[in-house]
Design a protein around this ligand. Sequence first.
Ligand SMILES: Nc1ncnc2c1ncn2[C@@H]1O[C@H](COP(=O)(O)OP(=O)(O)OP(=O)(O)O)[C@@H](O)[C@H]1O
Length: 259
Amino acid sequence: MANLHINDIQVGYPGKKVIHGLTLPPLAIGEVTVLAGPNGAGKSTLLRAIAGLLRMTGSIRFDEQELSSFSIQKRAGYVSFMPQAVPTDINLSVIEAIISALKASPLDAVSDDNLTLHHRAIAVLERIGIAHLALEPLNQLSGGQRQLASLARTVVREPKILLLDEPTSALDLRHQLKVMRLARSFAADGRIVIMVLHDLNLALRWADRVIVMDQGAVASQGHPTEAITPTVIEQVYGVRIRVENCSRGLPNLIVDREI
Ligand SMILES: Nc1ncnc2c1ncn2[C@@H]1O[C@H](COP(=O)(O)OP(=O)(O)OP(=O)(O)O)[C@@H](O)[C@H]1O
């Protein structure tokens, strides 16, 4: 099965190295990986590097092919990135924004007529539960509604690798669960899902694998309860926590205090 292999990558910005020689275990299709870690740890930088938005050295291979050898269009067909900050100045309705994302990917949209594009866009809006917002102007949505519309734009092209940067940060409790359930179902469709989350309880409950980053490196990784331990969290975030099973037997993180 095709895996994503990230090997010895170095990424940064002009005059600033952020990630120095990071290697991850292979990330498999069907899995949801959560990137966690403190502010500034390099999580978004890693997602941007996988998306091909930053210069880097090292190797990112999918299905035995270097992503850097792909044309921009081919890479965009494989990898889709939902940024943390959703633009507020796009003068389009929700459905127009989704259709424009489809049209921006000539690989799969070139043969589709307008009606087919419309149907694909509506199907995604229905799956995410925001079909009722289809005709609303993007710039008049609430923060949470805009985040769901951004998710729809990101998944509509059906990429193999889905990169979601804090996709639940503006969402209420019910929509947080909805997005986590969707992330699992996108993975089950045959995708690799990598998402940045600050909510470690969501990570404990929904991820297959958690990678805790600190200062551009991996502090711990593995099954959620192996990666999120009191020792690691104390070292990385400087807070004392407990992970206890709730009455339903599910792991629950309790924050006791700053150190
Ligand atoms: N466009 C940029 N130019 C220069 N430095 C940047 C840029 N974007 C991020 N950085 C720096 O890279 C480092 C890692 O930032 P990054 O956004 O990857 O962290 P993060 O783990 O996603 O943080 P957060 O949880 O706060 O979103 C930080 O020191 C940040 O200042």
